[in-house]
Design a protein around this ligand. Sequence first.
Ligand code: TRP
Length: 332
Amino acid sequence: MTAAAPKRQRILSGMRPTGRLHLGNYLGALQNWVAMQKTCESFHMVADWHVLTTDYEHTAEIEPNTLEMVTDWIAAGIDPERSPCFVQSRVKEHAELHLLFSMLVTVSRLERNPTVKEQVRDLDLEGTVTYGHLGYPVLQAADILLYKGTWVPVGEDQVPHVEMTREIARRFNTLYGEVFPVPEPKLTHFPRVPGLDGKRMSKSMGNTILLADSREEIEAKVRTAYTDPKKIRKDDPGNPDGCVVFAYHRAFHPEGAEAVATDCRAGRLGCVADKRALAEIVAKALEPIRERRRELEAHPERVREALRYGEEKARAVAQDTMKQVREAMKIG
Ligand code: TRP
């Protein structure tokens, strides 16, 4: 008798469609997604409804941003046949479950969500937070639980949302019967890659290196990267701590980074030469992604087709879960 193939665990992960992805997105999440496909049945969701929580005025950008982002997913190694990629708004079950879950969460609980508090502060939203924005984690709980993932791969900033997902799952199960697993957050540890200026890498800060950047663009950008301001001449001893070029060395070739640090400290390595070497390493590491991206750009229908396929896969799971939800709740 042949042993049955081990069943891959089903999980769901998501990203808001921000267009072309940068190194922070890649090292922080995407690289991990690519690795996970081996052992998990991963569903990758474009969280387009989540964009509306803050950006409801700019809907025209959502669809082109979606295509750019999913192109990067596939170029980086996501196999859309093995790991279905889909757009949240195409699978309406997310909206239905969100509505039902919204009855199980108090407003005061949502107001305590640290992510919303931060956004209110950073985006100056005092007094203008919408009902939908407050419900951000409720929609995220619906995303996660529709696929009955037992764990959720997230960065630290998303842990409060998974915590709320757990509370909602327990509350639902207590009220209506065991339908949902209570998922665990699984922290994805990644080197926190700074932007070129040393601050958090973010599109709005204009300090990114994009996966789609050409070799020349990478070289030009790395040339502007922040380094130790006290190292002026090439043989001045430098301090790699806080140097952006060094942080990228560590992210892209940890095995060679120590030698770079030693040479920098000893005044044997100047910043110009160091930047040239780093640009070469980054450009080379991203070359296969750029190559696949070029192919996909010539055939955008492949990306659309992947999303259609993923949508069907996702819908089948989501419909099955919703059937159980409606039966448990005796409604709908
Ligand atoms: N909130 C996540 C982010 O901003 C995106 C997201 C939406 C998500 N739904 C999800 C992530 C479900 C994991 C699981 O990055």
